[in-house]
Design a protein around this ligand. Sequence first.
Ligand code: ATP
Length: 203
Amino acid sequence: MILVGLTGGIGAGKSTVSAMLAERGAVIVDADQIARDLQRPGSPVVDAMADRFGADIVNEDGSLDRAAVAAIVFSDDVALNDLNGIVHPAMQDEIQRQIDAHRGTGRVVVLDFPLLAENPRRGLQATIVVDIPVETAVERLVEQRGMDEADARNRINSQISREERLATATHVVDNGADLDSLAARVDELWNELLMLDASDPPA
Ligand code: ATP
């Protein structure tokens, strides 16, 4: 397998690039999707959270009341630490399970991790950063996601800077232009990824 990471700031185009890589044959390990799946009604993670924080954090339909959890951990570092102690190991186990399923296959496995630059991961053969200017991100978040402009700027400002993220890249995907230009860059990137060593990274 060829194991690579994919990241970018909010609204940079990670999901769009992921989908394009999947079309070309990549396996995507999607951290946001895994986090959502782990919080499904009846999952062991939700049960463990209810044991720690009380049944009030679970809605009547069994889904997690994220606002209730956020309210508890917001001002309580011990609670936040406990929450991380429940969620992180479950996330890591599921990520590892999905990676291991492709050992020995020669497939390109892409870890789509929004916070990869903040939490670097060892063993990656490449780190792909999807990059756009801050003003383009604001524009897309407002126009295509209906986000409030101030909210978009706050979220961008709460992440690490564009420069710090770019410093972690082995491959940069400039997504400042149209989708056709992006697809052309992804074709080029795909060929670059296929040239990497396909012997499995250590477990
Ligand atoms: P998030 O950080 O919220 O998960 P993301 O990095 O996954 O976002 P996308 O959802 O892929 O970003 O892209 C953000 C928005 O911009 C989407 O509505 C997407 O369709 C649009 N978009 C992505 N690339 C382009 C482009 N080159 N031109 C125009 N719109 C684009």
